[in-house]
Design a protein around this ligand. Structure first.
Ligand code: KG4
Ligand code: ZN
Length: 345
């Protein structure tokens, strides 16, 4: 019998505990995600120690259930993959420690997955788009922790065209939402409020606009919003005003992303496909704008379904499938890396 190529993937780098089992042809045999949003909401953001403890409490049972739904035991797996970075060290230690222990017990290879590469490779999951995107393609990763524009040239081969110089784009959404008195996580709430507002109400700054390159900067934008809300003194920002700020903020972000991506397209005319990923890729205003930008440049836009854009374990298992196929397994002394730039792979 041929050796199994089925991969169990584990994700625990931030505030989702997730496990998934994938067949080598990309069929999802099971996928489970446990969000910790309720645990962190009272604090207005992710608390690393709470996250690590919640991963520890949930992971064993979640993995057992993922295997049960896939109809497999550990013996039926070809490898066990876990996110080893970048992310919060406590959660990374829980996930990789569990995966390594299972790999030792089951006598299977362990694969350390870079979370950013997992986001980058997700779009290649068979069945997601009419044709599987071939290397090289452009990835715009827009999440709570990361904002990057990367050329994905192959498994383990990435070239960064731009990154944020300060806040991640999701972080900018969340911090601005907080200033407007919206609940955590702020992105979806801010987008909803923006629909009631006038996007031209406030001419907010658009850092780096029309400058060369594809780097981002969002903190000046957040500061400008802070000045607007501070003008309200101790009282809450009235809803019509908050809606105008939200709409103006979203328009500024959208302009920045489109401008930076325009430069990226010009610098790599050989690339025909743009993939967007990360929680902020759920934003309709951003999606619509990137859609028309791609149409203008003759590029194809691929946005994986939202559940695969945000943090999940299917992407980790799929990166594991691609790495296992390429013979790129890890040793058991592979460390966790809270910082782990894609280019260093
Ligand atoms: O990828 P993700 O689920 O987690 C990581 O950070 O890795 O992204 C979460 C981020 C949060 O900052 C959240 O506010 C933002 O994505 N987000 C949105 C929207 N939905 C989620 N931001 C803007 N508009 C949205 N509709
Ligand atoms: Zn992520």
């Amino acid at each position: 019998m041929a050796m199994s190529q089925i991969v169990l993937g584990i994700e625990s780098s931030c505030d989702e505990t997730a496990a998934a089992v994938l067949a080598p042809d990309g069929r999802i045999l099971s996928e489970l995600v446990l969000s910790q949003i309720a645990d962190h909401a009272p604090w207005g953001g992710v608390v690393p120690e709470i996250a690590a403890r919640a991963h520890l409490a949930a992971l064993a049972e979640l993995t057992r259930e993922a295997l049960r739904q896939a109809g497999l035991g550990y013996a039926g797996l070809g490898a066990i993959a876990a996110t080893a970075g970048p992310g919060l060290i406590g959660g990374l230690l829980v996930g990789t420690g569990f995966a390594k222990g299972a790999a030792i017990a089951a006598g299977k290879p362990y694969i350390a997955i870079n979370h950013l590469e997992a986001h980058a490779l997700t779009a290649r999951l068979p069945g997601l788009s009419p044709t599987q995107p071939q290397f090289p393609y452009l990835l715009l990763l827009l999440s709570g922790g990361h904002s990057q524009c990367v050329v994905v040239e192959g498994v383990g081969r990435h070239r960064q065209l731009g990154t944020t110089l300060d806040d991640a784009v999701g972080e900018a959404f969340d911090k601005t939402a907080k200033l407007l008195g919206l609940p955590y996580p702020g992105g979806p709430a801010l987008e909803a409020l923006a629909r009631e507002g006038d996007a031209t109400a406030y001419p907010l700054p658009r850092p780096l606009l029309h400058r060369p390159g594809a780097d981002f900067s969002f903190s000046g934008l957040k500061t400008a919003v802070a000045q607007l809300t501070a003008a309200q003194g101790q009282t809450a920002v009235p809803r019509p005003l908050a809606a105008n700020i939200a709409a103006s903020f979203q328009a500024a972000i959208t302009d920045i992303l489109a401008d930076r991506l325009h430069n990226a397209f010009l610098s790599r005319p050989d690339i025909s496909t743009l993939i967007i990923a990360g929680g902020v890729a759920a934003n309709t205003a951003i999606r619509t704008r990137l859609d028309s930008l791609c149409a203008t440049h003759g590029k194809t836009l691929i946005a994986p379904p939202l559940r695969l854009c945000t943090d999940n374990a299917v992407m980790v298992a799929w990166a594991g499938v691609e790495r296992l196929r390429a013979g790129l397994t890890s040793t058991l002394d592979a460390p966790c890396k809270p910082r782990w730039p894609l280019e260093s792979l």
